[in-house]
Design a binder for this molecule. Structure first.
Ligand code: HEM
Ligand code: HEM
Length: 189
Protein backbone atom coordinates (compact mmCIF):
# COMPACT_ATOMS: atom_id res chain seq x y z
CA UNK A 1 0.00 0.00 0.00
CA UNK A 2 2.81 2.42 0.94
CA UNK A 3 4.51 1.54 -2.36
CA UNK A 4 1.30 2.60 -4.15
CA UNK A 5 1.32 5.87 -2.17
CA UNK A 6 5.00 6.50 -3.03
CA UNK A 7 4.33 5.83 -6.70
CA UNK A 8 1.38 8.24 -6.64
CA UNK A 9 3.52 10.93 -4.98
CA UNK A 10 6.27 10.50 -7.55
CA UNK A 11 3.70 10.52 -10.37
CA UNK A 12 2.14 13.79 -9.11
CA UNK A 13 5.55 15.48 -8.77
CA UNK A 14 6.59 14.38 -12.27
CA UNK A 15 3.29 15.59 -13.75
CA UNK A 16 3.74 19.02 -12.07
CA UNK A 17 7.27 19.34 -13.43
CA UNK A 18 6.12 18.25 -16.90
CA UNK A 19 3.20 20.69 -16.94
CA UNK A 20 5.48 23.56 -15.88
CA UNK A 21 7.97 22.63 -18.61
CA UNK A 22 5.22 22.29 -21.27
CA UNK A 23 3.81 25.73 -20.33
CA UNK A 24 7.25 27.38 -20.67
CA UNK A 25 7.90 25.68 -24.01
CA UNK A 26 4.44 26.66 -25.28
CA UNK A 27 4.92 30.33 -24.30
CA UNK A 28 8.37 30.40 -25.90
CA UNK A 29 7.26 28.94 -29.21
CA UNK A 30 4.25 31.26 -29.41
CA UNK A 31 6.71 34.18 -29.03
CA UNK A 32 8.91 32.48 -31.65
CA UNK A 33 5.97 32.31 -34.08
CA UNK A 34 5.36 36.09 -33.59
CA UNK A 35 9.09 36.80 -34.05
CA UNK A 36 9.41 34.41 -37.02
CA UNK A 37 6.47 36.04 -38.81
CA UNK A 38 7.88 39.53 -38.13
CA UNK A 39 11.25 38.31 -39.45
CA UNK A 40 9.69 37.03 -42.69
CA UNK A 41 8.18 40.50 -43.30
CA UNK A 42 11.53 42.15 -42.56
CA UNK A 43 10.43 43.84 -39.30
CA UNK A 44 12.97 41.92 -37.21
CA UNK A 45 16.58 40.91 -37.63
CA UNK A 46 18.07 37.65 -36.38
CA UNK A 47 21.18 38.11 -34.23
CA UNK A 48 23.77 35.31 -34.15
CA UNK A 49 22.67 34.17 -30.64
CA UNK A 50 19.03 33.59 -31.65
CA UNK A 51 19.45 30.06 -33.15
CA UNK A 52 21.19 28.95 -29.90
CA UNK A 53 18.20 30.11 -27.85
CA UNK A 54 15.73 28.39 -30.21
CA UNK A 55 17.68 25.10 -30.13
CA UNK A 56 17.92 25.31 -26.32
CA UNK A 57 14.13 25.46 -26.14
CA UNK A 58 14.01 22.62 -28.65
CA UNK A 59 16.12 20.73 -26.06
CA UNK A 60 13.40 21.47 -23.48
CA UNK A 61 10.91 19.78 -25.84
CA UNK A 62 13.09 16.65 -25.70
CA UNK A 63 13.12 16.80 -21.86
CA UNK A 64 9.31 17.16 -22.03
CA UNK A 65 9.13 14.00 -24.19
CA UNK A 66 11.32 12.04 -21.75
CA UNK A 67 9.22 13.25 -18.79
CA UNK A 68 6.06 12.21 -20.70
CA UNK A 69 7.39 8.64 -20.85
CA UNK A 70 7.47 8.64 -17.02
CA UNK A 71 4.09 10.36 -16.53
CA UNK A 72 2.50 7.93 -19.00
CA UNK A 73 4.11 4.98 -17.20
CA UNK A 74 2.94 6.20 -13.76
CA UNK A 75 -0.58 6.68 -15.11
CA UNK A 76 -0.76 3.25 -16.73
CA UNK A 77 0.49 1.37 -13.64
CA UNK A 78 -1.72 3.32 -11.20
CA UNK A 79 -3.83 0.65 -9.49
CA UNK A 80 -5.56 3.05 -7.08
CA UNK A 81 -6.90 5.32 -9.86
CA UNK A 82 -6.76 2.90 -12.78
CA UNK A 83 -7.12 4.91 -16.03
CA UNK A 84 -10.36 4.47 -17.96
CA UNK A 85 -10.39 3.55 -21.67
CA UNK A 86 -11.26 7.20 -22.44
CA UNK A 87 -8.22 8.41 -20.47
CA UNK A 88 -5.94 5.93 -22.24
CA UNK A 89 -7.24 7.03 -25.66
CA UNK A 90 -6.68 10.66 -24.68
CA UNK A 91 -3.09 9.83 -23.72
CA UNK A 92 -2.62 8.07 -27.06
CA UNK A 93 -3.86 11.19 -28.88
CA UNK A 94 -1.34 13.29 -26.92
CA UNK A 95 1.44 10.95 -28.07
CA UNK A 96 0.29 10.93 -31.72
CA UNK A 97 -0.04 14.75 -31.96
CA UNK A 98 3.26 15.10 -30.02
CA UNK A 99 5.20 12.81 -32.36
CA UNK A 100 3.91 14.67 -35.46
CA UNK A 101 4.72 17.98 -33.77
CA UNK A 102 8.27 16.78 -33.08
CA UNK A 103 8.80 15.59 -36.68
CA UNK A 104 7.46 18.88 -38.11
CA UNK A 105 9.52 21.02 -35.69
CA UNK A 106 12.65 19.03 -36.52
CA UNK A 107 12.15 19.32 -40.27
CA UNK A 108 11.45 23.08 -39.93
CA UNK A 109 14.50 23.62 -37.66
CA UNK A 110 16.87 21.55 -39.82
CA UNK A 111 15.30 23.12 -42.92
CA UNK A 112 16.65 26.52 -41.77
CA UNK A 113 20.14 25.05 -42.02
CA UNK A 114 19.93 22.62 -44.95
CA UNK A 115 17.22 23.88 -47.36
CA UNK A 116 19.36 26.78 -48.69
CA UNK A 117 22.12 24.23 -49.38
CA UNK A 118 19.81 21.98 -51.43
CA UNK A 119 17.91 24.67 -53.37
CA UNK A 120 19.71 27.59 -54.98
CA UNK A 121 16.33 29.24 -55.72
CA UNK A 122 15.29 31.15 -52.56
CA UNK A 123 11.59 31.21 -53.54
CA UNK A 124 11.55 27.37 -53.41
CA UNK A 125 13.15 27.48 -49.94
CA UNK A 126 10.50 29.96 -48.71
CA UNK A 127 7.66 27.92 -50.23
CA UNK A 128 8.80 24.67 -48.54
CA UNK A 129 9.36 26.50 -45.25
CA UNK A 130 5.90 28.13 -45.38
CA UNK A 131 4.21 24.75 -45.96
CA UNK A 132 6.26 23.18 -43.12
CA UNK A 133 5.41 26.07 -40.73
CA UNK A 134 1.68 25.86 -41.57
CA UNK A 135 1.57 22.12 -40.78
CA UNK A 136 3.81 22.61 -37.71
CA UNK A 137 1.64 25.27 -36.07
CA UNK A 138 -1.49 23.21 -36.76
CA UNK A 139 0.02 20.34 -34.76
CA UNK A 140 1.26 22.75 -32.06
CA UNK A 141 -2.29 24.08 -31.58
CA UNK A 142 -3.82 20.59 -31.73
CA UNK A 143 -1.35 19.11 -29.22
CA UNK A 144 -1.67 22.06 -26.83
CA UNK A 145 -5.49 21.94 -27.00
CA UNK A 146 -5.49 18.20 -26.29
CA UNK A 147 -3.23 18.86 -23.26
CA UNK A 148 -4.90 22.00 -21.90
CA UNK A 149 -7.15 20.23 -19.39
CA UNK A 150 -4.30 18.29 -17.74
CA UNK A 151 -2.08 21.38 -17.92
CA UNK A 152 -4.51 23.44 -15.84
CA UNK A 153 -5.17 20.60 -13.40
CA UNK A 154 -1.47 19.70 -12.97
CA UNK A 155 -0.60 23.37 -12.31
CA UNK A 156 -3.47 23.63 -9.80
CA UNK A 157 -5.05 26.40 -11.89
CA UNK A 158 -8.81 26.92 -11.97
CA UNK A 159 -10.41 24.50 -14.42
CA UNK A 160 -13.81 24.33 -16.05
CA UNK A 161 -15.04 23.33 -19.51
CA UNK A 162 -15.60 27.06 -20.25
CA UNK A 163 -12.01 28.02 -19.29
CA UNK A 164 -10.69 25.17 -21.45
CA UNK A 165 -12.71 26.31 -24.48
CA UNK A 166 -11.60 29.95 -24.02
CA UNK A 167 -7.90 28.99 -23.83
CA UNK A 168 -8.17 26.70 -26.87
CA UNK A 169 -10.06 29.38 -28.83
CA UNK A 170 -7.43 32.04 -28.00
CA UNK A 171 -4.64 29.66 -28.98
CA UNK A 172 -6.29 28.67 -32.26
CA UNK A 173 -7.10 32.32 -33.15
CA UNK A 174 -3.50 33.46 -32.47
CA UNK A 175 -2.07 30.64 -34.54
CA UNK A 176 -4.63 30.99 -37.35
CA UNK A 177 -4.01 34.75 -37.68
CA UNK A 178 -0.21 34.42 -37.60
CA UNK A 179 -0.36 31.42 -39.95
CA UNK A 180 -2.52 33.40 -42.41
CA UNK A 181 -0.14 36.38 -42.25
CA UNK A 182 2.80 34.04 -42.87
CA UNK A 183 1.13 32.22 -45.78
CA UNK A 184 -0.03 35.57 -47.26
CA UNK A 185 3.65 36.52 -47.59
CA UNK A 186 4.01 33.81 -50.25
CA UNK A 187 1.31 35.46 -52.40
CA UNK A 188 2.17 39.09 -51.67
CA UNK A 189 5.93 39.01 -52.33
C1 HEM B 1 4.52 30.33 -38.18
C2 HEM B 1 5.35 29.67 -37.43
C3 HEM B 1 6.85 29.83 -37.45
C4 HEM B 1 7.63 30.71 -38.15
C5 HEM B 1 7.20 31.81 -39.11
C6 HEM B 1 9.01 30.40 -37.81
C7 HEM B 1 10.11 31.07 -38.32
C8 HEM B 1 11.41 30.72 -38.10
C9 HEM B 1 12.54 31.41 -38.64
C10 HEM B 1 12.46 32.67 -39.50
C11 HEM B 1 13.64 30.75 -38.21
C12 HEM B 1 15.09 31.12 -38.53
C13 HEM B 1 15.69 31.92 -37.44
C14 HEM B 1 17.16 32.02 -37.68
O1 HEM B 1 17.57 32.44 -38.76
O2 HEM B 1 17.89 31.66 -36.78
C15 HEM B 1 13.22 29.63 -37.41
C16 HEM B 1 14.05 28.72 -36.82
C17 HEM B 1 13.64 27.66 -36.04
N1 HEM B 1 12.35 27.41 -35.61
FE1 HEM B 1 10.71 28.36 -36.27
N2 HEM B 1 9.04 29.34 -36.91
C18 HEM B 1 7.75 28.97 -36.67
C19 HEM B 1 7.33 27.98 -35.81
C20 HEM B 1 8.17 27.15 -35.10
C21 HEM B 1 7.71 26.17 -34.13
C22 HEM B 1 6.24 25.97 -33.73
C23 HEM B 1 8.82 25.52 -33.68
C24 HEM B 1 8.96 24.40 -32.68
C25 HEM B 1 7.99 23.79 -32.07
C26 HEM B 1 9.98 26.10 -34.36
C27 HEM B 1 11.29 25.70 -34.19
C28 HEM B 1 12.37 26.28 -34.81
C29 HEM B 1 13.72 25.78 -34.73
C30 HEM B 1 14.18 24.54 -33.93
C31 HEM B 1 14.53 26.64 -35.51
C32 HEM B 1 16.01 26.50 -35.78
C33 HEM B 1 16.88 27.59 -35.27
C34 HEM B 1 17.99 27.86 -36.29
O3 HEM B 1 18.89 27.02 -36.42
O4 HEM B 1 17.89 28.88 -36.97
N3 HEM B 1 9.53 27.10 -35.19
N4 HEM B 1 11.84 29.64 -37.35
C1 HEM C 1 6.40 22.73 -28.73
C2 HEM C 1 6.34 21.51 -28.25
C3 HEM C 1 5.35 21.00 -27.25
C4 HEM C 1 4.47 21.70 -26.46
C5 HEM C 1 4.26 23.21 -26.38
C6 HEM C 1 3.75 20.73 -25.67
C7 HEM C 1 2.75 21.02 -24.78
C8 HEM C 1 2.12 20.11 -23.96
C9 HEM C 1 1.15 20.42 -22.95
C10 HEM C 1 0.65 21.84 -22.63
C11 HEM C 1 0.79 19.27 -22.34
C12 HEM C 1 -0.18 19.09 -21.17
C13 HEM C 1 0.64 19.11 -19.90
C14 HEM C 1 0.15 18.18 -18.84
O1 HEM C 1 -0.21 17.02 -19.15
O2 HEM C 1 0.16 18.60 -17.67
C15 HEM C 1 1.53 18.19 -22.98
C16 HEM C 1 1.43 16.87 -22.62
C17 HEM C 1 1.98 15.84 -23.35
N1 HEM C 1 2.85 15.97 -24.41
FE1 HEM C 1 3.52 17.69 -25.20
N2 HEM C 1 4.20 19.47 -26.00
C18 HEM C 1 5.17 19.58 -26.95
C19 HEM C 1 5.86 18.57 -27.56
C20 HEM C 1 5.60 17.21 -27.37
C21 HEM C 1 6.24 16.14 -28.09
C22 HEM C 1 7.31 16.35 -29.14
C23 HEM C 1 5.70 14.95 -27.62
C24 HEM C 1 5.97 13.52 -28.01
C25 HEM C 1 6.76 13.10 -28.93
C26 HEM C 1 4.73 15.31 -26.61
C27 HEM C 1 3.98 14.38 -25.90
C28 HEM C 1 3.14 14.71 -24.86
C29 HEM C 1 2.43 13.72 -24.05
C30 HEM C 1 2.47 12.20 -24.21
C31 HEM C 1 1.73 14.45 -23.10
C32 HEM C 1 0.79 13.88 -22.00
C33 HEM C 1 1.56 13.62 -20.74
C34 HEM C 1 0.65 12.95 -19.71
O3 HEM C 1 -0.54 13.32 -19.65
O4 HEM C 1 1.14 12.08 -18.97
N3 HEM C 1 4.71 16.68 -26.47
N4 HEM C 1 2.32 18.74 -23.96
Amino acid sequence: MSTDKNLKKRGTKTRKFNAFLAAIVLCFFIIHIFAGTAFIYGYLQVDSWVPYVIWTFFGLIIIHVITCIFTSYFMLIDKVNAPSKKKKNHLLLKWITGVFLLLCALSHGLGQIFLPQFFSDLSTVFLIDTIQCAILITFLAWHACVGVKSLLKDLNLPYSEKIKIIICAVLIIIIAILGAIMVAHEFLY
